[in-house]
Design a protein around this ligand. Structure first.
Ligand code: PEP
Ligand code: MN
Length: 272
């Protein structure tokens, strides 16, 4: 690298707008990604997708390959999950964001995903970053739970250096001494990253708090602080979820979140 990093704000002072399946991130309008933590079955995914779309979400999230802490927990439906994502896309028209944990799955996932998600646990999986950097599909790069902002920026720079500049950053909470919440949502990161890089920055208040009832509060905060969007876990029946139900919103709460965030967006000169 000679001179200015590819992801530095100086290299594109006006900011980057990343387009994903017709949705934009980084412009005046905020983009909201919503859906279940994990793809579970056709009814769960399609019902949830229809509801989040009706409330104003622009992309559907849902993990087919899940990085679970215990090997005995539900690990995701894998290829069957990808098929259900394709079905939900056909039924709703929503673009798909789903996690890639392993470069060996990239080709299969690319057939259905409009954006690859690189999860917190893989933010410094350098071989995976190099692989998604070589492709020409947008990447949602989540912040490592123990990563400093400089390390995070270098992970994004690695993807960009491979040739792929379609990167969206996502603050999803970091580990601190506090255990009352699953993570400590670092809204400092939004203001800091927006100044240091031209890439869009979104916020995940679901993993950032680990409590469904906190998600609307922190979503409003994220919009106020200048985030370019949100990624929110929504399940048509959170109490039955196989993964992260405790931090998932039901459709009515998500609909209210969208209404409240729209008002905050307007107050800070944005649209939602
Ligand atoms: C997710 O969004 O499904 C997820 C596993 O999040 P994170 O990588 O931030 O823990
Ligand atoms: Mn989750």
């Amino acid at each position: 690298m000679n001179g200015i990093p590819l992801t530095a704000r100086e290299s594109r002072p006006d900011g980057t707008v990343v387009s994903v399946a017709g949705a934009q991130f980084g412009g005046k309008r905020l983009g909201v990604i919503a859906g279940p933590c994990a793809v579970e079955d056709e009814q769960q995914l399609v019902e949830t997708a229809k509801m989040v779309k009706a409330a104003g979400a622009v992309l559907l999230r849902g993990g087919a390959y899940k990085p679970r802490t215990s090997p005995y927990q539900f690990q995701g439906l894998k290829e069957d999950g990808l098929k259900l994502l394709a079905l939900a896309k056909a039924e709703t028209g929503l673009g798909i964001v789903t996690e890639v944990m392993d470069a060996r799955h990239l080709e299969k996932i690319a057939e259905v995903a409009d954006m690859f998600q690189v999860g917190s646990r893989n933010m410094q999986n350098f071989t995976l970053l190099d692989e998604v950097g070589r492709l020409s599909k947008p990447v949602l790069l989540k912040r490592g739970m123990m990563a400093t902002l400089e390390e995070y920026l270098m992970a994004a720079e690695r993807v960009a250096a491979g040739g792929n500049r379609e990167i969206i950053l996502c603050e999803r909470g970091i580990r601190t001494f506090e255990v009352a919440t699953r993570n400590t949502l670092d809204l400092n990161a939004v203001a800091f990253l927006k100044r240091r890089t031209h890439l869009p920055v979104i916020v995940d208040p679901s993993h950032g708090t680990g409590h469904w009832w906190m998600v609307p509060h922190m979503s409003r905060g994220a919009v106020a602080v200048g985030a370019d969007g949100l990624i929110v876990e929504v399940h048509y029946r959170p109490e039955t979820a196989l993964c992260d139900g405790f931090q998932s919103l039901n459709p009515a709460t998500f609909e209210r979140l969208m209404r409240e965030c729209r008002a905050v967006a307007e107050a800070v000169g944005r649209e939602m």
